[in-house]
Design a protein around this ligand. Structure first.
Ligand SMILES: [Zn+2]
Length: 277
């Protein structure tokens, strides 16, 4: 089931690929033994498996693409299982021309990769009819010389040129995208990280972004991946958002959880769990 509706909002799950990471590499601060009781949250090989999702959301007659994956697969990395997003567009009978708005939850490399294509030494937008929405705070962060190389390595190619092309819409704080979609700041993973609240016909949902990378973090709220830029702030955000999702019974759209990433957070015997839809 890669398509759900929340009220009048329709959400189609797309993917740019699925990556696997070594546990010690991806959660360097978490001892391997701590994962023993979370074996079923890992791949059969015991790795962290990350879907690189994009979502095409239809709201108010607009097509909104949330996040754009890692981008075209480099020719010198034939084994790398990414770069699938355009194939997945085709498989869903979608065209890049259909996209009216590209919204980035944040500016890490696996969320901006397909923003632009390089043609004859020039950049062209992959989604030629779209405006590109991003957090003002992350825009500033991805120009910080201390962060570019380590945290935003593809921003100079995939994000910066959008400004000269006049395609950027900056978001600050809560930003209304349509009458049914509003961004909310959920900082920590990146300084300007945003999630998207969906509210339509009395039904509510949340596009999470990178507040969670693995379902084990629903119980282990303190566990931070190496990708969280400010672990303390990321922990606080994760705690408050997981509480909110459970208390308000929100439908979750989760970029990196197992495909297609639709689920709820439910409580059983005092513990919270991810329940796929
Ligand atoms: Zn990510």
């Amino acid at each position: 089931m890669d398509r759900i509706t929340i009220g009048n909002v329709e959400i189609t799950a797309l993917s740019d690929g699925v990556l696997e990471f070594d546990l010690c590499n991806f959660f360097p601060a978490i001892p391997q033994e701590s994962w023993l009781s979370y074996r079923d949250h890992l791949s059969p090989e015991g790795n962290v498996s990350l879907n690189v999702a994009s979502y095409l959301i239809r709201s108010d007659g607009r097509n909104i693409l949330v996040d754009t994956g890692l981008g075209p697969k480099p020719a010198d990395a034939p084994e790398t299982p990414w770069g699938e997003l355009m194939h997945d567009f085709q498989a869903h009978a979608l065209s890049p021309n259909d996209v009216d708005m590209v919204v980035m939850t944040h500016l890490h490399r696996d969320h901006v990769g397909w923003n632009l294509l390089s043609q004859d030494g020039k950049y062209v937008p992959t989604f030629p009819n779209a405006r590109y929405y991003m957090s003002q705070i992350d825009w500033e962060a991805c120009h910080n010389p201390d962060l570019v190389e380590t945290r935003f390595p593809n921003a100079p190619d995939c994000v910066w040129p959008l400004a000269e092309m006049g395609l950027i819409e900056f978001m600050e704080g809560e930003h209304s995208l349509t009458s049914e979609l509003t961004t909310i700041p959920t900082p920590g993973h990146t300084p300007g990280h945003m999630s998207i609240m969906i509210n339509s016909q009395g039904q509510r949902g949340l596009v999470l972004g990178d507040v969670l990378h693995n379902t084990a973090q629903i119980q282990e709220l303190e566990w931070c991946s190496r990708a969280d830029i400010d672990p303390a702030v990321a922990q606080a955000t994760r705690r408050s958002l997981v509480d909110k999702i459970e208390q308000e019974d929100l439908t979750v759209v989760a970029v990196h959880l197992p495909k297609p990433g639709f689920g709820k957070i439910v409580r059983s015997e005092g513990r919270r769990y991810w329940q796929s839809l």
